[in-house]
Design a protein. Sequence first.
Length: 316
Amino acid sequence: MGNPKHTEVSVARQSPQRPDADEPELDDTTGAAEPDDTEDTGHASASADRSLWDELRIDPVEIALPAGTGFTLRAYRPAGTLTPTDVTERDQDDPFLARRQAIEEEDDETVVILDEELAEEFAESDEDEPSRRRRDADATADDEDATDEADDEDDEEVPVFLSHRGKLLLFKTPESLVSFIRSGAPNDLSQLDSWNELSERVEPADIAPLDEDTYELDLVVENLRGGHDAWDSTLLIEAGEIARDLSYALRLPAVLDMLSAGSSLDNLDEALRATVNGGVGGFMGRRRLKKIGAQTASLGWRTIVGKISAVVDWRD
């Protein structure tokens, strides 16, 4: 579950009764200085707590799943600087997935027929010189475009979580999370240049996720079952964001496909975002939501939550 909202209550401090009327009275400036200093110190402390995460570019995250609520860490870095999590061991534990991968590998195998290769060479020899030059130029341009596209993908920032061998590490308490960080145990975040500094500086009090880093996946299916009028746009949009991040970082292609552009769940996400933005787009978004079946959406999200839950390694 998400963190409860806290409401600040300002309480006026009562001045104590003077035991002696002749005792000198503090002037207004002196009396007002003490509470102001205390308040400034409090704000500085809160700012310092958050500055750790801003400086190291890593964030604490809280995720609620049907099995419970846990804390973890997430960062965003250029794809070209990260080594993806190793899912070999995880997938070997899933006999159905292992069998499907074996079938896919068999389908990917191609048979090269020498006669066809020779025929292609003869066809190329019959080309005139201008045609061959145009073909070579087109191939070079395609290679350059592919290189530029690969460079752009390497520069794109992608999510990486506190995970190990394809498993998301979730901790029931801030203390257990900090203990793991300090332990030096292997994990996918240790490849970050700021990891060692985090392990030296982090304290349990620092594990306080922001509202936007708190996700309630345990409520998604039930909310969708309630029907269109009960759908919580913020809950469902945030669920889509964390599910996409997790499925990318943990290498869950089935979940990525279910949330990919043009899928029914992606259409649900787009319609919900439109309703939040309001205006004409919000009106059209509400119309699109009416066309999305509540049962289909809830079944799809139940599958997603189940697949994510299956790759969680709970740590107490």
